[in-house]
Each structure stands twice: as structure tokens, then as C-alpha cells.
Design a protein around this ligand. Structure first.
Ligand SMILES: [Zn+2]
Length: 273
């Protein structure tokens, strides 16, 4: 237990370990390496070198909720979330950019959406609750359907080649001059992106925010048309294939080598003159 502020009820208390995703959705014995972002971006080729980090096992999670909020999520939403995950695993393929068309029977969309949002609360810091209280409000009141329109949840199917747990970032696209305020989680078989104040669509991703329109215990056979996307790099909204990533890395290495050479020759010229 770690002392802190519960990201759901806001109380300062002992925080218990919350599995993200729930341990019953194949996150019981996950082995993984926890890497600092700064360490990661120092690496030239992340596909070949393994960054240094703490090796961990026993499932990925965060000390983010108090005991009672933890068990509230467990009894109210986790069973529905588990069914949704099982459906996703059944269709997961050894493929990238594959468009899955399928039906998951008798699922409870509102509970699933609430659980997904609770995972975003769990991976983000205490400030998140303070800045975006509507999220915790929506999760903590089971019957509530009021999630303001500036919050959107997108999803995709994924093998999560690299697991992705990106807390809140501004994802900038300098070329287009736009930026997306987002957070992303990818753990097989699904990836999720939470956007704030972003009104657009995101290519390949499904907007599942409409799950909030269902009643709490309303079950539905959901027709789904969802893309399977790769996640080789832990950055948000990056779905390049392994080949593309390799190509881009090669290009970057070449550019930086050229710059080094140019710098060297400049320095030589300086010293000789
Ligand atoms: Zn709590």
C-alpha cells in the first residue's frame, strides 16, 4: 500500500494495487520492463536494442485507487469488461491493418466504457482527477450517462507488439499544425485512446464514446467493424508497421550520421584555418 489520493473518490488514504487491465483479463502474470521515457528516447534503434529498465512480473498495475473504489470497479464493471475482452481475443489475428467485422453477443457497453475510463484514471497522476473531474464522476456513478462531449474514447484491435501505457500527452502534428490532447493504453486484444477537446475522427480508430448512450444493465449484440493495428513503438497514435519503423529509423540514423560528419569536417576546417 502507498499513501496518496484516490483517483476516483479523491480521498487521501492508502492506495491499493489496481491491475490495468484487470488481472482476470490475462494480466495476472504479465512480465514486462518498466522504462523511463527519457531512457527510451536516448536509444537509436528501439527495435534492436532493449532499453535498460526494471524487470517486473505479476501483472501491470498502479497504486491509484483506495480499497473500496478498487472493489467497486471489480464488482460493477470488471465482469462486463472481461466478456468484451474475450470477444476481442477470439477474433485477434496474426495480421496488421486487418479490418475485423464481427458481433459480440450480450455485452454491456456502458459498463465497458466506464471500466476503460477507470483505466485511464489509474495510469494518470493525481492532477488528472483535479483537472478532469467529469471522468471520475462518470465512472463512480454507475447509472450516469453524462460524459461531456469533449471526452472521446477510441478503440482498435491489437496484439500490442509493445504494450503501450501513455499518460496524458499533447500529440502534436507540426506538419498539419494540429495537436491532440490524449492518453493511450494498448494491451491485447484492445488499444484505447482517450482524447480531450478533440472534435475530429482519427484514421483507423473506432469512436466508442456512444457506449455511454446505453442503460447500465442493457445488454446488446454489438456489431463491430474494427481495425487491427500494430504498436511497435510506445508512442501514442503511432501505428506504423515494423517495416515502416525500420525504414524510418534507418533514415534517421543516416541523417544523424551525415550531420555528425558535417560537423566534424567543419570543426576540422576551423582548426586547420
Ligand atoms: Zn477511492
Amino acid at each position: 500500500m502507498i499513501r496518496g489520493i484516490c483517483r476516483l473518490c479523491g480521498e487521501e488514504t492508502d492506495l491499493s494495487f489496481e491491475h490495468v487491465p484487470p488481472r482476470t483479463t490475462f494480466n495476472k502474470n504479465t512480465r514486462y520492463t518498466s522504462i523511463d521515457f527519457e531512457e527510451y528516447i536516448k536509444i537509436k534503434n528501439p527495435l534492436k536494442e532493449t532499453p535498460k529498465g526494471k524487470k517486473k512480473q505479476g501483472g501491470i498495475g498502479y497504486n491509484s485507487f483506495c480499497k473500496s473504489c478498487n472493489s467497486f470497479l471489480g464488482s460493477n464493471y470488471v465482469p462486463a469488461y472481461k466478456r468484451w475482452v474475450q470477444g476481442g481475443f477470439e477474433i485477434l489475428k496474426n495480421a496488421e491493418f486487418y479490418s475485423h467485422k464481427y458481433v459480440i453477443k450480450e455485452i454491456e457497453p456502458l459498463k465497458i466504457l466506464k471500466h476503460i475510463i477507470s483505466m485511464f484514471l489509474a495510469i494518470n497522476g493525481e492532477w488528472y482527477l483535479e483537472s478532469y473531474p467529469e471522468l471520475a464522476d462518470f465512472v463512480s456513478k454507475p447509472e450516469s450517462k453524462s460524459l461531456p462531449d469533449n471526452y472521446k474514447i477510441f478503440s482498435y484491435i491489437t496484439r500490442a507488439e509493445k504494450l503501450r501505457y501513455m499518460g496524458h500527452v499533447m500529440h502534436g502534428n507540426l506538419a498539419l499544425g494540429t495537436s491532440i490532447n490524449c492518453s493511450e493504453i494498448a494491451f491485447p486484444p484492445y488499444g484505447y485512446v482517450l482524447t480531450i477537446d478533440f472534435g475530429d475522427k482519427i484514421q483507423y480508430l473506432n469512436d466508442i464514446t456512444k457506449f455511454k448512450e446505453f442503460d447500465l444493465t442493457q445488454k446488446t449484440d454489438l456489431k463491430i467493424n474494427m481495425f487491427q493495428l500494430p504498436t511497435y513503438i510506445p508512442f501514442p497514435l503511432d501505428y506504423r508497421t515494423q517495416k515502416q519503423v525500420e525504414k524510418d529509423i534507418e533514415k534517421n540514423v543516416k541523417i544523424s550520421e551525415r550531420m555528425e560528419r558535417e560537423l566534424e569536417s567543419k570543426n576540422k576546417n576551423k582548426t586547420s584555418s
